[in-house]
Design a protein around this ligand. Structure first.
Ligand code: CU
Length: 269
């Protein structure tokens, strides 16, 4: 190899090593970080993680098997010096072909069972008793409104932009509306992405196991301000959440609704 070729090769190896380091540096904030889908904080993200792991291990085994065989064949049947003989010519192998058609079909059928069950369980409508939040995405922020919590004038309360408050351990029914273009709602630790589409309301249910502060962001490029569409999900204990709703002006809450007739009755005394 010429001296120039050696330099070029070294430069390429160096560039590749540098690119690898830069690429993996991105993982430092993911491992145990705020947006780690492998560390779910609720049943929806948990089930999605489980299905992912269920699929990734057979896929990894197939990768190792196939690539291993390719390497073995490349090495074992390589061209050898002094051997100009033509290898034995073969055409097709019915047994092998049936095997590599049937085996993946069986594997896919097995994987389909938990995947389809998951799609049904996670795609269902939120339960009736769920705490409802109407989520509106506009260029470039998120708005959250609570139809079950109304202020003195009967208007639903809302949280500050880009800040969704929810109670822990409670099913939350989210309804999504877009005011302009397509956005995508994503809180990696709570659930996978859902598209927020103009004139096409979408729904999703989520649940957070523990109080905490979870980070979310728009996952659909939606214009110049796309990167600003980050938001927080502040999960509080149910008591803290009720207190927060009152601090936002709520006078009617789901828990206060049944006590209203009592108030009327006591008012009549
Ligand atoms: Cu967006």
């Amino acid at each position: 190899m010429s001296r120039r070729g050696v330099y070029l090769r070294r430069a390429l190896v160096g560039a590749f090593a540098l690119a690898t380091v830069v690429l993996f540096a991105g993982c430092s904030s993911i491992i145990g970080g705020a947006q780690n889908t492998m560390a779910p904080a609720g049943p929806v993200a948990g089930r999605e993680r489980d299905i992912y792991l269920l699929v990734i291990w057979p896929a990894a085994a197939v990768l190792v098997l196939v690539e291993g065989l390719v390497l073995l064949i490349v090495f074992k049947f390589r061209n050898r010096k002094g051997d100009d003989s033509i290898p034995r010519q073969v055409h097709g192998n019915p047994a092998l072909e049936v095997a590599w058609t049937v085996a993946p079909a069986i594997l896919l059928a097995i994987v389909a069972v938990p995947v389809l069950a998951g799609v049904v369980a996670l795609g269902r409508e939120p339960h009736k008793g769920a705490t409802r939040v109407n989520v509106t995405a506009i260029q470039w922020l998120w708005q959250f409104e609570y139809p079950d919590y109304k202020d003195a004038s009967g208007k639903p309360i809302s949280s500050p932009n880009n800040e969704m408050h929810i109670p822990a351990g409670t099913e939350i029914g989210l309804q999504f509306h877009s005011g302009d273009v397509i956005h995508s709602f994503w809180v990696p630790k709570l659930a996978g992405k859902i598209q927020v589409i103009p004139n096409h309301p979408n729904h999703m249910w989520i649940k957070a196991d523990q109080p905490g502060d979870y980070s979310g962001q728009c996952a659909e490029f939606c214009g110049f301000g796309h990167a600003e569409m980050r938001f927080r999900v502040i999960v509080q204990t149910p008591q803290e959440f009720e207190a927060w709703a009152k601090s936002q002006g709520a006078v009617t809450t789901p828990s206060s609704a049944p006590s209203q007739p009592q108030a009327v009755a006591s008012g009549g005394n």
